[in-house]
Design a protein around this ligand. Structure first.
Ligand SMILES: NC(=O)N[C@@H](O)C(=O)O
Ligand code: NI
Length: 161
């Protein structure tokens, strides 16, 4: 049986059980640089075990909708943040954990410039840009071990359009 999942706009409230939304909505937490810069301070919960935080750059191939979701993954040893280096919205897929396996996924489309930070151990789809350039800065754990658990779905799940 194919399950169809609609894509909803990403909001901090809807995403809160899974992670943090990173954007410059509203007023900054503080003005710095003689008032020339707004600092949106400490907006993500970074969490790493037996390793350190690293910054990597990802160049991912855009995907078409509807997307066939084959798999979600999670990182038991660390959080993972995706910060777009363009204003192009991208697809964010998460799922609740139900006894060690993912429940029904949820799908979000980011607003231009929005990024996300998946909390440690949260089921998510891999990075899924929807248009070029597919460029992201990624903050996640650098350390030993795979830090990766995958769940491949038996029944097809379609996301979108
Ligand atoms: N494997 C990797 O570095 N990326 C994935 O974790 C992902 O969420 O895209
Ligand atoms: Ni990941």
């Amino acid at each position: 049986m194919t399950r169809m999942i609609a894509i909803q706009p990403l909001t901090a409230q809807a995403f809160a059980p899974f992670g943090d939304v990173l954007d410059v909505a509203g007023d900054p937490d503080k003005l710095i640089n003689q008032g020339m810069c707004g600092r949106y301070h400490d907006r993500a919960k970074l969490d790493f075990s037996d390793g350190r935080a690293g910054i990597s750059l990802f160049k991912a191939i855009p995907r078409d909708l509807p997307l066939k979701l084959d798999m979600v993954e999670r990182h038991p040893d660390g959080s993972q943040a995706f910060l777009p280096l363009s204003q192009e919205p991208f697809l964010v897929v998460v799922a609740p954990d139900q006894g060690g396996v993912p429940g029904l996924p949820l799908a979000f489309r980011t607003a231009p410039g929005q990024g996300v930070n998946y909390h440690r151990g949260v089921w998510h789809g891999v990075l899924t840009p929807l248009s070029q350039p597919g460029l992201f800065a990624v903050v996640d754990r650098i350390g030993d071990g795979p830090n990766l658990q995958e769940h491949w779905f038996k029944d097809a799940i379609l996301i979108g359009p």
